[in-house]
Every structure is written in structure tokens, then in C-alpha cells.
Design a protein around this ligand. Structure first.
Ligand SMILES: [Zn+2]
Length: 266
């Protein structure tokens, strides 16, 4: 099928979709929506691969989310094996979360940094894009500063083998700028359909540095607020990006698919 929309970050392997997963995947096909099914731990990474093996419009990413590490000790060998599967197009989600963690202190931050560092090493050695979750303390950009510092260190070691996407971007224009110069794109969810907080960044950044995503089952668009989200809402995200930028919807749609294909090498 031709891919007309690309959801760079969804979790349709989660149990939220156990009742109608096949139907959702078929709807994606009919609507020409492709997507990356992103793992947050070992089991969800394995499920992502399984889906990507069965459906040509689905791809997989494997990783251990910073908020999953309490339930699952990180075993790099497990992820190394998963990451070499031919349907795996990205490493993640991995990253830094200073927002949701109940207790955030230097020790927790250091542990998250170590975990993220291992993911970056793995991605660089396999030359696969990283899918990074980065959530700062409310009202700050602290996690972005730490992320950018770590990526610069890694870039000095691995060069162009360090690249990827910063998912659910909530940083400012200068963070975005720093990330682009490190070969990263930023992606936006349907959160942009009900808040104008990110409009300025979306207007400022180059179109070729943006990806579309849904992060479903989370953050439904304004038309379906508080309901379970699904990858079809990537259409709302693309339309909203075009609207905010004041650009032709078809031009933006095409560019966002091209960007995703470039980043995930599909
Ligand atoms: Zn996610």
C-alpha cells in the first residue's frame, strides 16, 4: 500500500487494543496510515515486532522506557537481540523523564542517564534511529539540557551513527535547534489540537525536521478528547501542523511522510 500518513510513535500492542486491534490495523491500511509500534519494555517490544512481522504497514521499535525500569531490570543482551530483527526500524522508546517519576533526585537522574546511554550505544552500533522520550520538570526544560549534553558526548564518539527522533516534543525553539544540529527530528501529537503552547515552535522549525505521531492510546485530538486514541488521528495532527504553519495541507502531508521515511529508512 502507499503510505499517505505516518504515525511515528504508537503503542497499538498495548492491552487497550486487545478487543479491536485487528480492526484498527485494517483501518490504518484503508486510510493509508503507516506507523512505528514502539516498545516500552521487553514484552511490548516483542509484541511490536510480532505486529510488524504480520503487517507491511507496521514497523517496530524496541527499548526500555525510563519509567518501566522499576518493573524490569535492563538486560542489554535482550534488546540487542530484539534490535537486530529486520522489522525493527528504531531503538526506543528510551530517554529521560523528570516529570512522572515520583521521586526525582540526582541518583534517579543518573540511573536514567545510564539507561539512555546504553540505548544510544546500541543504536549507534546498529546505525538505527533513536526514539527518545524527554519530559522535563514542570515549567522547565531541564531534561532537554541533560539530553542535549549527552547526545553531544555520544556524537563526539559515534558521529553520524547517532540520529533519531525526539517524540512528543515539549521543548522550546532553541532546544529544537540544538537537536536538529545533532541529526534529530522532533515529533508532535494531537496535543497540538487542544493547546496552543507549541504553535510558536511549530511555526519556527524547518518542515523537514518535523515528524507526525499519535502516541496512541494516549492524547486523543480535541474532537475525541478523553477517549482512547488510535493512529488514524495522525491525520488530525498533520492537518493541524499545516494550519499552524499556514502551509498547504497536501505539501505538509507529503513532507511529513518523506521525513519519516528518511528517519526510519523505510
Ligand atoms: Zn510512547
Amino acid at each position: 500500500m502507499e503510505i499517505k500518513y505516518f504515525d511515528s510513535h504508537c503503542h497499538i500492542q498495548f492491552k487497550n487494543f486487545d478487543q479491536d486491534r485487528e480492526k484498527i490495523i485494517e483501518q490504518m491500511r484503508v486510510n493509508e496510515v503507516g506507523g512505528v509500534v514502539v516498545g516500552v519494555d521487553r514484552l511490548s517490544s516483542e509484541k511490536a515486532i510480532s505486529l510488524a512481522t504480520h503487517y507491511t504497514h507496521l514497523y517496530a521499535a524496541v527499548g526500555l522506557h525510563p519509567n518501566s525500569v522499576e518493573q524490569e531490570p535492563f538486560d542489554i543482551e535482550v534488546y540487542r537481540t530484539l534490535a537486530t530483527h529486520p522489522r525493527v526500524v528504531g531503538i526506543g522508546e528510551c530517554g529521560l523523564d523528570y516529570y512522572r517519576t515520583v521521586k526525582i533526585n540526582d541518583e534517579v537522574k543518573q540511573a536514567q542517564r545510564t539507561l539512555l546511554s546504553a540505548h544510544i550505544d546500541l543504536a549507534a552500533k546498529l546505525d538505527k534511529p533513536l526514539i527518545i522520550h524527554c519530559r522535563p520538570t514542570k515549567g522547565t526544560y531541564d531534561a532537554y539540557s541533560d539530553l542535549i549534553e549527552l547526545l553531544k558526548e555520544k556524537k563526539a564518539i559515534y558521529g553520524s551513527a547517532v540520529h533519531g527522533d525526539i517524540h512528543f516534543f515539549v521543548g522550546g525553539a532553541s532546544e529544537a535547534e540544538a537537536l536538529f544540529s545533532l541529526d534529530f527530528t522532533v515529533s508532535f501529537t494531537a496535543v497540538i489540537t487542544f493547546t496552543h503552547e507549541y504553535d510558536a515552535v511549530i511555526r519556527q522549525v524547518p518542515l523537514n525536521c518535523i515528524l507526525s505521531e499519535t502516541d496512541s492510546p494516549y492524547v486523543s485530538p480535541v474532537t475525541r478528547r478523553y477517549q482512547r486514541n488510535d493512529p488514524m488521528s495522525v491525520k488530525d495532527v498533520v492537518a493541524q501542523i499545516a494550519d499552524i504553519r499556514g502551509e498547504d495541507a497536501e505539501k505538509v502531508r507529503e513532507a511529513l511522510v518523506t521525513n519519516a521515511k528518511r528517519v526510519f529508512r523505510i
